[in-house]
Structures are given as structure tokens and as C-alpha cells.
Design a protein around this ligand. Structure first.
Ligand code: ASP
Length: 482
């Protein structure tokens, strides 16, 4: 009998549909059970609730509300005033009542934990092996310099485009994305910018690993990778091979975790839907804000790939961007459908060499490096995601925060591996760099797969444009695309 095999994106789609059905069938009710009120009242005093407030809230044990809004209407009526958001949050945490959900919510929790588990070793090995490979064989000369300059410039343009579009459309303002934490302001505002810069140098690298302090980890990884290229030949070869292999293993682990995405999505989305299922306004607002968010990411990516990159190919690469695009079609389609720059790499290399006519010397150096280091689409996407979440929390981004987001997005895109969802994993890195709660990423997971396809296409397109520009600057003729 033939086995029916579903592609991952179909599995994800099915998981999403099932999650919606589950959430709607088992909506969360808002009420205090005997036990939950007991636990709540133990915590309540510390959280600033008075004795009288507690006594009044206790009467809620007999009633049940269908939605959070309805529940809090009753709470405000009982307490005869509006509660501050923080207190509402505490009440809501204990008043959610959904026994069915407890059977499946763990899948989402474990999935997010597994993604967090891979962040540090993945970034560390990706950056160390990337840098060590550039430096080996004396490649970090003129070619390396030009390539890195191109990567940094285009990623900066992409980030800029992302920031502009997310500020024009403001998809996150007023978005109801099921955030439970309440953020008054972004915590990194509390510390001066100079301190953030100082903290890039870790006092203790193990503490940085533990705190998932990405700027510090990336800084250390760059230093480590660089100095691998400066030791004697035997050690250099050993260390480069070691980190290349570690990176390979980490990619395999990531791919393994990704296999469970449908279960993760099912657990996370069921909870989000169940919690707001009794409130149709919130449900429709969730769907429309996610739609708006995806649209902004796609518009930004389109702008970068249709305007910025072709313009650079035309001006700096003195070639015809349209002809180059046609030469790259199958590689771009592969990137789009696999959501993996690494999976598309061999096709990218053969298209750039055979169709666009770039030499093996340039393409062999720039493209493998670009597949892990140069991710314009990912950088843009990450900026939009973080702004979206900050907007949903209703917090202002100061200039200092904007700089941190841009710089971390750049570093995170460099640190992201060329595999599906690597960029998604990095969002929580940037969120914690600016001091926002990473809980919000759960809801973004719903649309990640589709956005991953677009951003991976842009990543590969940018790598290929880079190969053309560097080849031209090295005096190659590229007749096929001129
Ligand atoms: N999937 C992307 C790539 O392979 C990375 C990402 O998730 O943003 O280029």
C-alpha cells in the first residue's frame, strides 16, 4: 500500500485548522474554582490586593463568564472601580478555566522550550564556523572584504526598509494577540545606551549563555572565530573542523525539532483561540492584525527585492537585473519552496555560475558564506516582528531601542542558519535584547511558515546579486546578463 506523505506546510496548515476547531469547541471560561481561588488569595496580598477586595472577589466563585471582557466587567462592578492592568493580569491567570486545554497546551510549551534550547549552540557554532571559514586559506583578503561590505550594506538597507514600512502601517497598534504580560515600557530604556554597549563584552561567558544574552554571545563568537584563523595550522584545522561539524549537528537537531512544529502549533494556537473564543471581537482582531503583519513583511521584502537589490545590480554590478533574475529562477523557486538557503545552495551556485556566468572563484567563495551570513529577508522580517510586538504592547521605541533592534536584527540574521524557521527562533533573541517578553512569539508562529518562504527567497536573491556585484568588481565580464 502506498503511504501518503504530507509536506510540512500541509501538516502545519492542518494543525492550525484543528487548533481553531479545538479552541472554538473548548473555549476558556473565566471563573474561580475553589482551588484556583485558594491559590489566588495566597498570592493576592503580595500583589497588593486588599482584604475587602478579596472578599468581594470571592463571590465570583459562583459565577462563570464566557469571555475575559465579560469577566472583568463583573470584577469592576464588584470592586466598584477599574483595576490596573497588572492586577487584572493576576486575576485572569487564576480565573481561566479550561480543563480540556491542559491535555494539549503542553505541546506548545515543550515546542517553545525546544526552540529556546537550540538558540545558543546554534548561533555560537554558526558564527564561529562562518568566521573561521572566511579567514581560512587567506581568503579574508580583498574578496572577503568586498563581500562582507556588500552583505552588511544590503542587510542595513533591508532593515531600514522594514523599519520604514512597519512605522507607516503600524500593524501592531491595538493588535490583540493574546499577550498576558503587561509592559509599561521597554526595560532597556531604563539603562543608558552606553551601558548596553559596555554589556556587549561579557564578564563571564557562561553567565551570558545562561541569560541568553545574545549580543555578548555573538561578540564572543566573532572573536573566537577570528582567532581560530590566527593559530597554528594544526589547531586551526582542528578547530575549524570541530565548529563546522558542531554547526552541522546543530542544524540537524534544529531540523528535528522543526518536525514537531505541527504539534507545537496545535498546542499554542489552541490556547490562543480558546482564550478568546468567547469574544468574537478579539478573535477577528487577532486574525486581521496577523494578516496586516504578514502583509507589511511581504511589502517590505518586495520593496527590497524589486527595487533595492536590482538597483544595486544595475549600478554597482553594471548588469541587467531582469536577465539575472531569469537566470536564477529555479534556485529562487527552490529557496521559496524549501524555506532553506542551505537546501537551495547547490542550485544557487550552479545558476550563478552556469546561467549568469560568474566565475567559480567568486561564486565558490561568496555563495556558501552568503547562505549562512547574508540574510536580508530575515533581518527585515525580524525588525518588523519586533516592532509589531512592541506596538501590540503599546510601548514606544526610543531612538536607543531602535538602534538596538536594528543592530541585533543584523547580528541575529548573521547568526541565523540557512534552514527553515531559523529566523523565527531569533525573534526572541531580539525581544530579550530590548527587554520585551518573548511570550508574544507564539502567535507569530501561525504565519511564520509562509513568511519564511518569502524571506528565504529574498535571502538567496541577495546572495546571488552579491556574487554578480563582487564578480564585476573583480573585472569579470558576465556576458549572459549584461
Ligand atoms: N529560512 C531562512 C533561510 O534559510 C532563514 C530564516 O528562517 O529566516 O534563509
Amino acid at each position: 500500500m502506498r503511504k501518503i506523505k504530507f509536506e510540512l506546510h500541509w501538516q502545519i496548515l492542518i494543525a492550525m485548522v484543528l487548533a481553531v476547531i479545538f479552541g472554538i469547541t473548548f473555549p476558556t471560561k473565566y471563573r474561580f474554582t475553589y482551588d484556583s481561588f485558594e491559590t489566588f488569595s495566597k498570592q493576592a496580598k503580595q500583589k497588593g490586593f486588599t482584604e475587602t477586595q478579596l472578599l468581594r472577589l470571592e463571590s465570583l466563585r459562583d459565577s462563570e463568564a464566557k469571555s475575559e471582557t465579560e469577566f472583568f466587567n463583573e470584577v469592576s462592578y464588584l470592586l466598584s472601580n477599574e483595576l490596573p492592568n497588572k492586577k487584572k493580569q493576576t486575576i485572569s491567570e487564576y480565573a481561566r478555566y479550561n480543563p480540556a486545554l491542559s491535555y494539549i497546551a503542553w505541546m506548545g510549551i515543550i515546542f517553545i522550550r525546544a526552540l529556546k534550547m537550540i538558540i545558543v549552540p546554534l548561533i555560537l557554532s554558526s558564527i564561529i564556523s562562518g568566521i573561521a571559514n572566511i579567514g581560512s586559506g587567506g581568503k579574508l583578503g580583498r574578496l572577503g572584504f568586498k563581500t562582507l561590505l556588500y552583505y552588511l550594506t544590503t542587510s542595513a538597507f533591508a532593515i531600514f526598509a522594514g523599519i520604514v514600512f512597519v512605522n507607516i502601517f503600524k500593524p501592531g497598534v491595538g493588535a490583540n494577540i493574546g499577550l498576558s504580560a503587561h509592559v509599561e515600557k521597554i526595560s532597556s530604556i531604563d539603562r543608558p545606551f552606553s551601558e548596553t554597549l559596555i554589556n556587549i563584552v561579557p564578564e563571564n561567558i557562561f553567565k551570558a549563555f545562561q541569560a541568553q544574552d545574545m549580543l555578548a554571545i555573538i561578540f564572543f563568537a566573532i572573536l573566537f572565530g577570528f582567532f581560530i584563523t590566527r593559530v597554528n595550522h594544526k589547531s586551526k584545522e582542528f578547530m575549524t573542523n570541530f565548529f563546522n561539524s558542531t554547526f552541522e549537528v546543530m542544524m540537524k537537531i534544529t531540523m528535528f525539532v522543526i518536525l514537531f512544529t505541527p504539534f507545537g502549533i496545535f498546542g499554542l494556537i489552541s490556547k490562543i483561540i480558546a482564550d478568546i473564543a468567547g469574544d468574537t471581537d478579539k478573535l477577528t482582531s487577532l486574525i486581521s492584525s496577523l494578516g496586516m503583519y504578514s502583509l507589511v513583511v511581504i511589502i517590505g521584502l518586495m520593496f527590497h527585492s524589486i527595487i533595492t537589490l536590482p538597483f544595486m545590480v544595475k549600478i554597482l554590478g553594471k548588469s541587467n537585473p531582469w536577465k539575472h533574475f531569469k537566470a536564477m529562477r529555479s534556485a529562487l523557486l527552490t529557496a521559496f519552496s524549501t524555506s532553506s538557503s542551505a537546501a537551495a545552495l547547490s542550485l544557487t551556485m550552479s545558476s550563478v555560475q552556469n546561467n549568469s556566468g560568474v566565475s567559480t572563484k567568486v561564486s565558490g567563495f561568496t555563495l556558501p558564506l552568503g547562505a549562512t551570513v547574508n540574510m536580508d529577508g530575515t533581518a527585515l522580517y525580524e525588525c518588523v516582528a519586533v516592532y509589531f510586538i512592541a506596538q501590540a504592547y503599546g510601548v514606544e521605541m526610543t531612538i536607543g531601542n531602535q538602534i538596538i533592534v536594528a543592530a541585533t536584527a543584523l547580528l541575529a540574521s548573521i547568526g541565523a542558519a540557512g534552514i527553515p524557521m531559523a529566523g523565527f527562533v531569533m525573534i526572541s533573541v531580539i525581544l530579550s535584547a530590548v527587554g520585551l517578553e518573548p511570550e508574544a512569539v507564539g502567535v507569530l508562529l501561525t504565519v511564520d511558515r509562509i513568511l519564511d518562504m518569502f524571506r528565504t527567497g529574498v535571502n538567496v536573491w541577495s546572495d546571488s546579486c552579491g556574487a554578480v556585484i563582487v564578480a564585476k568588481s573583480e573585472g569579470e565580464t558576465l556576458k549572459a546578463i549584461s
